[in-house]
Design a protein around this ligand. Sequence first.
Ligand code: SAM
Length: 173
Amino acid sequence: MGGGNYFQTKIGRDSQGWIVWDKENGENRFADCELAWTSFNRATHIFRFRWSGMLQGDMAHKEDRIHPTQKPAALYRWVYSHYAQPGNKILDTHLGSGSSRIAAYDAGLDFWGYEIDATYFALQEARFAQHTAQFSLFSDQKGAESTNCEKCQYHTKDGRCTYMIGCPYNSRK
Ligand SMILES: C[S@@+](CC[C@H](N)C(=O)[O-])C[C@H]1O[C@@H](n2cnc3c(N)ncnc32)[C@H](O)[C@@H]1O
């Protein structure tokens, strides 16, 4: 549960397995980190990924910002790769920008999402469509400059996969 520190008393259950997202946003008035509560009986872990104004942790794959509280798809990729299992179904009741949906798609996980705001819903639909079109395009570009990952079917120019759960090329484990 993202933002778990805002409604800690309502959760009614202690956890040692919080997730900390360090936004690496330097010295300013904004929060350094975001906290997500989990029910996992494991240690608290940190994901470090810059998300500060124009600066993003992966500038080579900069994400369009379409929502005021948008989180990076990279954050959800990390969460899924550490906390989900192949075959899991992901539910996001507050979809917003659809980053969770994009990451689930990349990871091959089933996904349900709900968004009450029609404008945000339409924006995330367009973002998702653009992402899946790019994904298909890259998947069609098997060849000399790229190496296909046989496990997840995603590939990068240098042959490393940085997205997939259980992928032997996944460097974010
Ligand atoms: C904090 S934002 C989510 C941001 C999201 N995690 C992201 O990465 O973009 C919360 C979203 O939930 C939507 N929302 C609020 N109440 C809702 C409800 N009852 N059902 C579905 N969506 C809701 C808001 O319109 C808003 O887009």
